[in-house]
Design a protein around this ligand. Structure first.
Ligand code: FPP
Length: 259
């Protein structure tokens, strides 16, 4: 695929052992989802605290966003904090909440330069006020950006999301705003946090774990998976290209028998 001059410069590296010409423009994922795992192990290997691992994880996320923009991927969704993560040590939860409260504003130059439109999925209303304010400001400041939609899953759990959708639909049914015969997949998907986003095409998980951890269970129905041993803070633009090259070799049959 002919990469733009800008993208070529971004990806050029003397040690990059990747054949960029093998990338096929027509086979890029439209919606990429990432489980950013391994911050804790990355920190432990360096004698650092888990909190330091999460701070380093921000670098991985910056790299992913920039690389996705260079590759013209229009939708990116990342798992930043699950509904189960509250059970982590208080100091670690506090660090993550502080990052959510401060980092959006700090990253605004990068988000503006790359025209990143922010979106948040999860139970945002139960988060600390400072985090909610940071997210609201982020939404407002990026609402006109057009290059990529970055959805941050924070206080997100897929089962909770599905139950919430069912509750909302039952309410709509009870108030006669919804007829039973109109309840189809699209109507259901419209009650999920991901309303308006296309289904996931490619799901990447780092740190070698083969789990979904309650992430986007409905939305990954036909996604391809890519698991890498790389720990999240080390995830590079080249790891993203490797994942996409692997994805482009798959035959996506969507339940049919293929060519
Ligand atoms: C999983 O690694 C990572 C997380 C639970 C947090 C991910 C968060 C970030 C990368 C920061 C995002 C920040 C903003 C502002 C969006 P782990 O802690 O489970 O690692 P381990 O499995 O090695 O212990």
């Amino acid at each position: 695929m002919p990469l733009s001059t800008d993208a070529l410069a971004f990806f050029s590296h003397p040690d990059a052992d990747i054949d960029f010409s093998a990338l096929q423009a027509e086979l890029f994922p439209r919606h990429l989802a990432v489980i950013m795992d391994g911050n804790g192990r990355w920190a432990k290997a360096r004698g650092l605290s888990r909190s330091e691992g999460h701070k380093a994880g921000i670098r991985g996320l910056q790299e992913l966003v920039e690389a996705s923009v260079k590759l013209n991927i229009p939708y990116l969704t990342v798992y930043a904090f699950s509904t189960e993560n509250w059970s982590r040590p208080q100091i670690e939860v506090n660090t993550l909440m502080k990052l959510f409260a401060k980092e959006i504003e700090k990253q605004m130059p990068l988000l503006t330069k790359n025209q990143v439109k922010l979106n948040f999925i999860g139970d945002i209303e139960s988060l600390p006020k400072a985090v909610q304010q940071s997210f609201e400001q982020g939404l407002e400041q990026t609402k006109d950006h057009k290059q990529i939609t970055l959805s941050l899953a924070v206080n997100y759990g897929s089962r909770q999301e599905i139950v919430r959708a069912a509750q909302r639909l039952i309410q709509a049914y009870a108030s006669k705003d919804l007829l039973l015969e109109n309840l189809d997949e699209e109507a259901f998907a419209n009650e999920l946090f991901t309303k308006g986003l296309p289904d996931i095409d490619l799901l990447i998980r780092t740190s070698g774990e083969y789990r979904l951890s309650n992430f986007l269970l409905w939305q990954i129905a036909y996604a391809e998976f890519y698991i890498t041993d790389v720990l999240w803070p080390d995830f590079s633009r080249y790891d993203l290209v490797r994942a996409i090259l692997s994805y482009q070799k798959r035959e996506r049959r969507f339940g049919s028998i293929g060519a």
